[in-house]
Design a binder for this molecule. Sequence first.
Ligand code: PSU
Ligand code: MN
Length: 304
Amino acid sequence: MTLIVSEEIQVALDARQPVVALETTIVSHGMPWPQNLETAVEVEAIVRAGGAVPAAIAVLDGRIRVGLDRASLERLARSEDTLKLSRADLAYGVMSGKPGATTVAATMIVAARAGIRIFATGGIGGVHRGAESSFDVSADLTELAQTDVIVVAAGAKALLDLPKTLEVLETRGVPVIGYRTDVFPAFWSRDSGLAAPIRLDHAGEIAAFAQAHGALALGGGILIANPVPAEDEIPAAEMTAHIDAAHRDSIAAGVTGKAVTPFLLDAILKHSRGRSLKTNIALVRNNARLAAEIAAAFAAGPDG
Ligand code: PSU
Ligand code: MN
């Protein structure tokens, strides 16, 4: 098998100690250098401070790796030609031998194979604006519908069509849980104006929910929507202008396929003059903290 789990992570998993999976597309395609590497390193420290072992996932030298050292993270962060790997291209990442970062979908697949149940990220992919003609719906949603991993995210980016994204999640049977919120968060902003389908206020309740979900053998993931801290948020009204401008840029540039999300993130960074990046970093850190807490609650639970 091409899956290589670091010794520290394997020991923790065997002892049923808390482990938190981390994606790497956010490093290679989601943030600019050097904030991408700084954030990746900080996020690992936050997971450790929360009593869990961080498990960053990527494909390097034809092997799927669970647990990356700093040099590997730096390689992904610096390289201009790191592949963005989702379910459709994970095998290409392995056979080509090229460095590849994993999206939410691919990270879920690998985490589940390694036996990791909790995963922290920034935001998930979703239904893009204009999807009724472009058919651009992220494979993250399909993965959430079928792979048993709890994904902690700050909701979905308001550059997506959020009502359609929530509809698809509901149709595909994915539980969406607002953490200490009644509204679904919109990544940079705490409030999308849409209701969170379920609300839970404590990590222990989330672990209990996941256990009930597992006991029913429903299969598939669970999305924990954790709003960005109030002091770091950019209000939705302010983001709208940047998002609309980024959309116009992407239509003018004719961007399609997997290039769309990285293009939009970069355009928003420029239109917000770097402000969106500060908020992005804050929400990823916040998600790492909560994921470690949920992983610890799991480890302490009845089947932990
Ligand atoms: N959101 C971010 N930064 C990111 C991504 C999402 O703020 O880097 C990445 C994640 O890896 C996510 C992917 O899984 O983009 C979704 O891409 P697509 O829309 O092409 O499925
Ligand atoms: Mn897409």
